[in-house]
Structures are given as structure tokens and as C-alpha cells.
Design a protein around this ligand. Structure first.
Ligand SMILES: CC(C)(COP(=O)(O)OP(=O)(O)OC[C@H]1O[C@@H](n2cnc3c(N)ncnc32)[C@H](O)[C@@H]1OP(=O)(O)O)[C@@H](O)C(=O)NCCC(=O)NCCS
Length: 202
């Protein structure tokens, strides 16, 4: 199973992604915003994550979809976006993401979230998605708001960043299916305009 957008392919990770993963998440500017990611990040760390994730993808009843984000133009894995903790009783799941720093602020996570959220709401029949961001993570907090997530509260001193050893407060966000559907046309238009502007700058 894979999802496709104008610039990206979202797919199951493969062993050969390890180099791109080490490059992307091995950067402290990326891993400092995540909880359980070691620094320095080595080949064996990437291989451990890839194998664990492939196993989850191969389960008969899948509870986790951690997509690799591949940039079509470079055939390169530039990040990951996951649907986790699928709760089929409450119809709620959580999401998390990271992107190689070289590819930040080009709308890639917005583009990836558009298809992944559609998949979660339409195919997996979720009614709500949840996400969180360290309070001091400007990029992630801005991203959640721009996608349409609503702030739901603060978890104090909730996460330890393994790469920096710092404890962080976490902002919690929720996105209801009906709000997502209402906001989606606007978000798609916003992304199209952003891509046009980026293309002009090339
Ligand atoms: C958070 C992250 C995934 C965002 O990815 P991205 O592809 O750069 O995000 P986009 O380009 O799609 O931007 C989404 C929105 O957030 C805003 N944004 C992104 N980075 C920002 C920053 N550093 N400061 C302010 N706003 C920012 C963008 O302007 C955009 O809003 P707009 O379209 O309304 O202007 C990326 O910064 C990242 O990987 N960070 C490190 C790991 C991390 O923090 N993961 C999330 C953990 S909760």
C-alpha cells in the first residue's frame, strides 16, 4: 500500500532507506524535537527502526502505519509520517512526523498530511486524530495549527528528549473529521499557491 501526491510517495520503509534516515533524523536540529531518538544516530539505529516498522506493516491487523516520505524528484527518503495507536473502538489515532532539515518549510509535511489524514478518516474510518508537540517546537506547533488541529491542553514535563537529555512540556492537539473536511479545500489551495511560489524562486 502506498499513497501518492504531486511531489511525494508515502510508502512502507525499506532496508535501503537507512542512509537517508541517518542523514535526516541524525541531525540534532531534528531529533531534539523528538522523544526516543538517540544522538549520535547510527546505521544500526536506523536498521532497528526499519525492521520494527516493516513488522508492524506486515501484521494481519495493522495498528500502525509509519510511512516513509519519498521525494519523487530525488528518489530520496526525506522523512517519516506515522499513524499510531489506532483505536478502533473510539476511532482515534495519533500521528507523528519528522523531515530532513534540508527540506523544511517547503510544504512537504502539509502535502503528506493531506493524503495521510484523508487515509485515516476515509479508509481507516477514524473520527478524530491527535498529535502533540514540545511547547518550544515552533515549527511543529505552527504546522499543527496550519493543518487545522485545535489546541486541547498541556502536559507538563511529559517527555524526555533522548538526544538532548532535556524534559519538555507538551502541547496536545486534536482534529475532528468534520473540521478537517471543512478546512481541506482551503488547505489544498493554500498548498498549491505555496508550491507555485516556491517553483518561481527556483
Ligand atoms: C515540524 C516539521 C515536520 C514541519 O515540516 P515542514 O515540511 O517544514 O512544514 P510545512 O512546510 O508543511 O509548513 C507547515 C506550516 O508550518 C509553518 N512552519 C513550518 N516551520 C516553521 C517554523 N520554523 N517557524 C514558523 N512556522 C513554521 C509553515 O509556515 C506552514 O504554515 P503556513 O503554510 O500557514 O505558512 C519539520 O519542521 C520537522 O521535521 N521538524 C523537526 C522534527 C519535528 O519537530 N517533528 C515534529 C515533532 S512533534
Amino acid at each position: 500500500m502506498k499513497l501518492e501526491t504531486k511531489r511525494l510517495i508515502l510508502r512502507k520503509p525499506k532496508i535501503s532507506d537507512w542512509k537517508d534516515i541517518v542523514e535526516g533524523i541524525g541531525d540534532l536540529e531534528v531529533s531534539k524535537n523528538l522523544s526516543n531518538v538517540p544522538y549520535p544516530y547510527k546505521k544500526e539505529d536506523a536498521l532497528w527502526w526499519i525492521k520494527k516498522t516493516i513488522k508492524k506493516w506486515n501484521k494481519k491487523v495493522q495498528e500502525d502505519y509509519s510511512f516513509m516520505i519519498e521525494l519523487k524528484s530525488e528518489k530520496k527518503a526525506i522523512g517519516s509520517l506515522g499513524i499510531h495507536n489506532l483505536d478502533n473502538f473510539n476511532k482515534i489515532c495519533t500521528t507523528g512526523s519528522w523531515l530532513n532539515q534540508k527540506y523544511h518549510r517547503k510544504g512537504y509535511i502539509t502535502e503528506a498530511k493531506i493524503v495521510v489524514n484523508e487515509f485515516a478518516f476515509n479508509k481507516l474510518k477514524m473520527r478524530k486524530m491527535e498529535t502533540g508537540a514540545f511547547v518550544d517546537n515552533k515549527a511543529s506547533n505552527a504546522t499543527q495549527k496550519s493543518i487545522g488541529y485545535e489546541y486541547e491542553g498541556l502536559r507538563k514535563k511529559h517527555y524526555l528528549s533522548k538526544s538532548t537529555g532535556k524534559i519538555h512540556d507538551e502541547n496536545l492537539y486534536g482534529l475532528m473529521k468534520e473540521d478537517w473536511k471543512k478546512n481541506l479545500p482551503k488547505l489544498k489551495k493554500h498548498l498549491e499557491e505555496k508550491i507555485k511560489k516556491l517553483d518561481k524562486k527556483k
